[in-house]
Design a protein around this ligand. Structure first.
Ligand SMILES: [Zn+2]
Length: 263
């Protein structure tokens, strides 16, 4: 990437960091963002700084092992998670990690966002799985994400937060908004005590439609309607379903990544 490209990436990280802060997706010095500058260099946020109040010069450039190449500040303690995602997903150009209230609430309740409730979410993300808890700032955190990274573009991290990634930083940020918005909608279905899941034939049409949407590059499996919905307070939720149950099958990622079908 050229110097002009790096300057633009610095501005993008400052911009989307401010948006995360303004939307209440992070508090204090939480969260981190990164951009892949080229195959050996990653631009990433520092530790100990509010992501709502950064300057472009606060950012740090590291190599693919996390060693600092440029910048005065200390790199985020979650650099291992960013490096893992860039290593496993050559298609990814930007990563956002935040603690949005509702999605993090689901992660703290031990609940994935994997019910087929909203068509746009099925197209864009498939479903949002829950990774087991891993201590922040240790290799354990990246290890818990590893099995999920190849297929999913948005992951809940148990008792912690959410990570999203995409072809560029804007796409990663948009997925964070989608994940939090979907968590809010799912919470409302819990409050109403009822969920009407998309039928498998409708899910299949959404799979077919996925390739038409620009920027949709997820290989996430279609959400599979589970038999037992349960409410936030342990009450049973009434699950209404049309048609036959859907099969689990990952959707081929565009641009030739792993294709996996499990019927
Ligand atoms: Zn975090």
């Amino acid at each position: 990437m050229t110097m002009a490209g790096e300057h633009q990436s610095r501005r993008d990280i400052v911009h989307f960091g401010r948006m995360l802060h303004e939307r209440g997706f992070i508090a204090a010095c939480d969260g981190n963002l990164s951009v892949r500058l080229n195959k050996d260099r990653i631009l990433v946020t520092p530790t100990g700084v509010s992501k709502g109040m950064m300057k472009p010069s606060d950012l740090v450039v590291v190599d693919t092992t996390g060693r600092r190449l440029k910048g005065r500040r200390e790199v985020t303690s979650e650099i291992g998670m960013h490096l893992l995602i860039y290593r496993m997903r050559p298609d990814v150009g930007g990563i956002v990690h935040a603690h949005p209230r509702t999605a993090t609430g689901f992660a703290a309740a031990g609940m994935a966002l994997d019910q087929p409730l909203v068509c746009e979410v099925v197209i864009g993300l498939g479903s949002i799985p829950l990774a087991p808890y891993g201590t922040p700032g240790t290799p354990e955190l990246a290890e818990t994400l590893e099995p999920l990274v190849p297929q999913y573009d948005a992951i809940l991290m148990a008792n912690h937060g959410v990570v999203t990634y995409g072809v560029d930083l804007q796409s990663a940020y948009m997925k964070m908004e989608t994940a939090e918005h979907f968590a809010q909608i799912t919470l409302v279905t819990h409050m109403l005590g009822q969920q009407q899941l998309l039928a498998s034939e409708d899910l299949e049409k959404l799979v077919a439609a996925r390739s038409k949407y620009l920027g949709v590059n997820s290989a996430a499996p279609m959400p599979v309607p589970s038999c037992n919905g349960y409410g936030a307070d342990g009450r049973e939720i009434q699950v209404l379903r049309k048609g036959k149950a859907a099969r689990t099958h990952a959707i081929p990622r565009q641009r030739g990544s792993a294709i996996q079908f499990e019927s």
